[in-house]
Design a protein around this ligand. Structure first.
Ligand SMILES: [Fe+2]
Ligand SMILES: [Fe+2]
Length: 181
């Protein structure tokens, strides 16, 4: 699938650069869904998770706060996940796993099944990011063969980075690590 074929809702607020990221994340999820021989309904949900996860990434801060509700621990960069999930839900989206994947993609969630975990990996492993290209490409290639071990490694990488940078560790991310380590 080419990035040009990713369709966004009318309410999406994304820059051109962001749209390219969304296209690459969606393409990776499509590849994994094919590699894992997911049933069409699941493959569609994986595709939609990629397509919609950053739909409000470049929305104005006030709009993000209004949509995401009261999340005092979240930085403004993290609000676009819960905000997009809230809008999708208000529009009638009922696929809970899809909503939770989008809602928590900036933090992580111990309640995630494969969909949330796949989106979390694709967001990090998509080939447009400039760091650790070879390592990340290798991990991306392993997802259809060893989903759980690859997820553990991606989560470990992301948590290690947060620690190194002196960032806050969110309890949701720590609970997720404790579940899969
Ligand atoms: Fe995001
Ligand atoms: Fe993203």
């Amino acid at each position: 699938m080419s990035t040009a074929s990713v369709e966004l809702p009318a309410w999406a607020r994304v820059s051109e650069r962001r749209l390219e990221h969304i296209g690459r994340v969606t393409e990776l999820l499509d590849q994994w869904a094919t590699g894992l021989r997911l049933p069409p309904e699941d493959a569609r949900a994986w595709h939609d998770a990629g397509r919609l996860h950053d739909a409000l990434r470049d929305a104005p801060e006030a709009e993000l706060h209004r949509l995401a509700g009261d999340l005092p621990e979240y930085t403004v960069e993290m609000l676009h996940g819960p905000a997009a999930a809230a809008l999708l839900e208000a529009e009638g989206e009922t696929r809970t796993e899809l909503l939770d994947a989008i809602r928590f993609h900036t933090v992580g969630s111990a309640r995630w099944g494969r969909l949330g975990r796949a989106l979390y990996m694709a967001d990090y492993l998509e080939p447009g990011r400039k760091f650790s290209r070879a390592d990340r490409a290798y991990l991306a290639s392993q997802v259809p063969h060893d989903f759980d071990a690859t997820f553990r490694q991606v989560l470990r990488n992301r948590l290690e980075w947060s620690l190194r940078e002196g960032m806050r560790l969110f309890p949701e991310a720590v609970a997720l690590w404790n579940r899969v380590r």
